[in-house]
Design a protein around this ligand. Sequence first.
Ligand SMILES: Nc1ncnc2c1ncn2[C@@H]1O[C@H](COP(=O)(O)OP(=O)(O)OP(=O)(O)O)[C@@H](O)[C@H]1O
Ligand SMILES: O=P(O)(O)O[C@@H]1[C@H](O)[C@H](O)[C@@H](OP(=O)(O)O)[C@H](OP(=O)(O)O)[C@H]1O
Length: 374
Amino acid sequence: MPVMDCRMKTQENGRAGKQRARGLQCRSLIRWLDTSMASIKLGILQHFDGTVLKQLQPPPRGPREMHFYTQVFAQDCTDPHLLALQQHLPKYYGTWSTPDNPNELYLKLEDVARRFTCPCIMDVKIGRRSYDPFASQDKREEQIRKYPLMEEIGFLILGMRVYHVASGSYTSHEQFYGRSLTKGTLKTGLARFFHNGEELRKDAISSSIHKIRNILRWFEGQKQLHFYASSLLFVYEGSLHLANAKNRSEALTGQKHIQAELENKNNAHLTCSKLKSSCGQVNCSSILEAIHYVRKVNGFGSHSLHHQDKGMMAEMEAKTNTDVEDKSSNGGKEEDVEVRMIDFAHVFPSDSSDEGYIYGLRSLLFALEQILQD
Ligand SMILES: Nc1ncnc2c1ncn2[C@@H]1O[C@H](COP(=O)(O)OP(=O)(O)OP(=O)(O)O)[C@@H](O)[C@H]1O
Ligand SMILES: O=P(O)(O)O[C@@H]1[C@H](O)[C@H](O)[C@@H](OP(=O)(O)O)[C@H](OP(=O)(O)O)[C@H]1O
């Protein structure tokens, strides 16, 4: 995989174009991996300590998202709804920046795909409207034009990447794929995410349904927040033999790996160890193929992160233990899949149920249940 020094080799409307627009400039410490996935909406900066970095968007979006994560993961948070919401989000480890540009902030988040060896990933925007109540008329029209069926269907596939077992490679679909789906083709379009070229991964569908139902329950029980243009991130293990045997052993080795990385925090020569260790097969690269890398060097990004890293280790440990316990109590099904809420640039306080998001979740559930039945 050729590594290019920050040459944005992608379409301007893709992820890299956006990052550039947001001012992510070439620095000797940040590299861009050349990849055919570049135009697909499945990318984010990754830190070598196992977290991902989401650059703060320009105001009001970025500060709003940061405020949301800060509120939900506040140490003194006692709000039962917010506490219950934590399990459905990537964990938040505060903000991050480089010493040479302390004003350029990133949200430091748990990498939801990290524990998977051959992660199949799908990003689905949820809700009947993908613009918030304060959006300009132009913005509304632009969003509606992109997917006029959003109101009726309640969700939109923004991108997916599926591991095909026979070829040992991935197939990808970018945003235009989701936008092309109609009520008539929606189920087939969605089912493609769960088809590995040989069989439909009904286990992954069932686990996803279970997780979506939990998120739906949270939404049905709360009246304080409304989410617009927010997504669900789906991840399941694409490698079949790993999917069966993975949880117990890999959770433990993954934990050891993170520990080793954190211990080597000041090692200037740390390279793509995650890539090598998490994905042994040549064609079986992880989400890392579609993302930027942050190379760790002395002092790079280590300021004010020490306690967060420790916190992360403790949480990883707890998570690992939970994984093992959950696996023994339910056969491991739900733990084979991640369904997490992401992208909170348009979350607003309210005093009513979020009917738009609830509609989207029910619609998505209905489609997945239909796929299983069919
Ligand atoms: N915590 C995470 N773990 C793993 N991958 C993530 C995580 N958060 C985001 N991603 C990946 O990064 C992509 C972009 O994330 P996100 O939607 O939050 O960014 P964004 O810039 O707000 O996107 P947009 O505004 O275009 O919808 C997601 O589609 C997903 O593939
Ligand atoms: O999928 P695409 O075609 O890339 O479209 C983008 C997508 O709808 C984002 O969700 C939206 O950001 P918000 O949800 O934050 O509005 C962005 O708005 P923008 O063009 O105003 O950045 C759109 O361009």
